[in-house]
Design a binder for this molecule. Sequence first.
Ligand code: WTA
Length: 636
Amino acid sequence: MTRIQNTVDYFEAYEAGKLNPEGFWGRYASHEFTWRAPWHNVYSADFEQARFRWFEGAQLNITENCLDRHLHTRGDQIAVIWEPNDPIEEPIKLSYRELYHRVCQTANVLKRLGASKGDRICLYMPMIPELLISVLACARIGAIHSVVFAGFSSRSLADRINDAGCSILITADGSFRGDKIVPLKDIADQALEACNSVRKSIVVKRTETEIQMVEGRDVWWHDLHTGVAEICDAEVMDSEDPLFILYTSGSTGRPKGMVHTCGGYMVYTCYSFEQVFQYRDGEIYWCTADIGWITGHSYIVYGPLLYGATTMLFEGVPSYPDMGRFWQIVDKYEVNIFYTAPTAIRALAQCDPKLIERSSLRSLRVLGTVGEPINLEAWEWYNDVIGKGQCPIVDTWWQTETGGIMISPLAGITHLKPTFATLPLPGIVPVLMDEHGNEIHERIAEGKLCIKQPWPSMARTIYGDHQRFIDTYFAHFPGYYFTGDGARRDLDGFYRITGRVDDVVIVSGHNLGTAEIENALDEHEQVAESAVVGYPHPIKGNAICAFIVMDSNIQAGSTLEQELLDLVSTIIGPIAKPDKFYIVPGLHKTRSGKIMRRILRKLASGDGQDLGDISTLLNPEIVESIGQSMGLTTSA
Ligand code: WTA
């Protein structure tokens, strides 16, 4: 099996992947890639210890598969099209050959700075070609890249650099975001004050913002590259050597540095890219995510390049110079496959139809969504207005932890059902669990979503904390990987993801840990305690509501809300800012001292009725007072 071409293929492949995963994955992996040494075992799995190994004994370098192996067949084909923030500026197009040389050159630069296999390198960069090149250059020399989304604050950046012990940081003087410039280098400088491990900081000149260069530490990207060789042998990696670390928020505590490894991640991102989008030679593929998130890693960089596609990189935002920018870009490059997030779709659906009508959108063949559940209205708008009823929509469910798309229609092959991610990819075995922790065997069901069989691109650990990896993903349901999501299954076996069942809230497609935001709020000297929950929001999917308990005898000042917003921005980043604040007299606790968030979620969505059983609370009377502070009458 290579490309699934029809539903018969799909069901055959599905059975094969379930009954004989070794054969299924072994066949795909040997067919498509350049391996330096073969594996002796397709995989081994120990769910109890959360130890998973894929293509054991095999050796490879993922960049040889993204670049070198395409040089004979598609060296002159465009690998990457970069569209700048400002539509007046010239785009950049790099062929596979050009990209290969640029990656090799940067790899040599990193080596000259003393980087080698296993070192961690942090990338805090705008969406410019140098970001994609840096990712691949790290992989070329076997260094582990840790990309930090350029919207995070200096504190978040410092935490991530320190957690991974990065020795090099690559950043830029600034980042264009619509009509604004984000002072990336300044933010990075602040972060580095708290980071001892970073020896060198490489700075790309992008916005010409005035910056301070720290002698001995900071070096310009362009100076380092002058005269450096454009050929660099790829480091030979074991299949299970780490490829990258990427941080994601959890229910509790600090963000988790998810570790992905070389062989399995390579096989699965290529496989899923090919099957889901059904990419055809010569097509232009555009994923609007940022490389700072997993979607950018797997479906801007690795998946498309492994497959030999032409992938787009967009520096800007959907609203600049106006809300028609996406559609103008689609026409400008005749984009065939367009992959974005429901939040963007909802925001774009709100604007003046004229901004869409000026683009023909004729080139589009496949549409995709990712990151959060898509509501029916948004799905229909995407289908009718953007796809003109002609383009299959692949609603792709997956996670940072899964490395690649797990449940999704295959474009033009399997059936669509609006708001359903539909069927698992062959090789993926999802199950639903009931409240007693048992697998639900009935077809029509609702429960917690788990994955029963290992797959190649599953995260291998949390960097520096394997016990947390076990506890978070493998302890709730022994023998299964627990996703943290709830789902429904219909008569056809189609899955609909209903949302997180833990304390992660997805706001505009970004995962936010409520505990992390509470910790930030609690740093305010007048805040005694806080609780944060998500509530439904028409554009962002969810928004954040914060309940604040002030220190006794302190009246909230008029600037408190702004101070709290600034605090969250500084500690985490602007994406984590709450939308609503309520100052409340106290918070209701269970007998074990936990806040019963279910009630707060209900109140935050504006509903004070049917709060359920609150008799187990230590202080049930407080619920009514909280409701009063919000102007709600409660059933409590
Ligand atoms: C949610 C993004 C519904 C889900 C790739 C998951 C989705 C979390 C979908 C992971 C979808 C992602 N439908 N929900 N198609 N895709 N999610 O790690 O709750 O940023 O657990 O990875 O996003 O977010 P992450």
